[in-house]
Design a protein around this ligand. Sequence first.
Ligand code: NZQ
Ligand code: ZN
Length: 389
Amino acid sequence: MLGNFTYENPTKVFFGRGAVENLKEELTRYGKRVMLVYGGGSVKKNGIYDAVREQLAAAGKEVAEIAGVMPNPTIQKLREGITLARAHRADFILAVGGGSCIDYAKALAMSIHEEEDPWEKYFVRFEDPACEVVPVGCVLTMVGTGSEMNAGSVISDPEKKEKRGKAFADARLFPRFAIMDPAYTMTLPRYQMVSGIYDMFNHICEQYFSGIDDNTSDYLAEGLLRSVLHASRIAVRNPQDYEARSNLMWDATWALNTLIAKGKTTDWMVHMLGQAVGGVTNAAHGMTLAAVSPAYYRHILPYGLPKFKRFAEAVWDVDPTGKSDRKIAEEGLQAMETWMDELGLAKNLTELGASEDMIPDMVRGTLILDGGYKVLDAKEIAEIFRESL
Ligand code: NZQ
Ligand code: ZN
């Protein structure tokens, strides 16, 4: 049954070549004191920084910067940014980058006017903000997380070896607008491109692999999965293919902008396992997911057999003739792993820097959720990590 739900998505999207030209006009709706957030320097090399700065100047904004937001942004970097944003009396935050910069901007937005330290409040107790939230806009440069059109934010504490995040319920945390120019993603290193492709693919799986219903969300998910497969195969052969890269950009947005979760309990255990890996290794997010997925899905397949069978037929075109349900489902997972190899994704945790002695920390860092086909216990989690090494 597609149960009761509320659907609200306030993000306005400017999509396509030259989308940044809309920035000046759009910025007139927001405050004058802008905090510009970006990463380790890619935007300076590829000209995106200059294009954005030009628009900010034309809009007459007073701009202060937080530069050097790292992949898997840290709580320490967030605290530094809160001080800068308060000093600037920022009334708007513009993130230019991938999921890390956009997640960081959202965490900043709900911390500037909050007296308590954000780690405990937002990333340990997972509370929603009760204070004023500074509006956020973004210019997307890396495709995969969907952060451009959702209220998710993930922050790491390297001292505690923890990575924690949440899809916040507060609609004020959605970016007010997202500038999405596929040409901006062309300078991404291949490693980041494929990491993002697996991230979006897995977001869809996390929502699809729950429940036994035959609802709208599942059909939307299957369509998106097929689109990701189609476009990814072209992009891997020719990363400069604009059509493929633009479809991937749009797929990633719809994979995680709350639509396909409607009416579903949703799983998210691959992300919980991957985040625990990220906490101890700081590896690229999509790669952590890729490294644990085969072992995890093989483990839960018997508990969600009808959906895995449907996945095999509807997404991977497995021919069911004369085969048992189990066999069909297993062939689907096999096809998925073959595609993952084609992309050149991480095949195990060892290549991401994890080792046997880190398993206790990773097990401790894995939040156990109950929306999927099997509620894991600590022993099963350790087994999945061991199998993924
Ligand atoms: O820092 P710079 O120099 O900009 O380089 C970045 C970074 O090293 C580079 N890059 C980005 N755009 C580029 C580029 N290089 C060349 N050309 C460009 N156009 O790519 C590297 C990775 O960027 P990052 O933002 O870290 O990647 P991603 O978008 O995958 O974001 C990862 C973070 O998002 C979180 C992850 O956990 C991780 O912390 N997630 C956020 C989610 C959400 N908000 O809903 C959901 C996801 O599941 C995920 O957990
Ligand atoms: Zn993800």
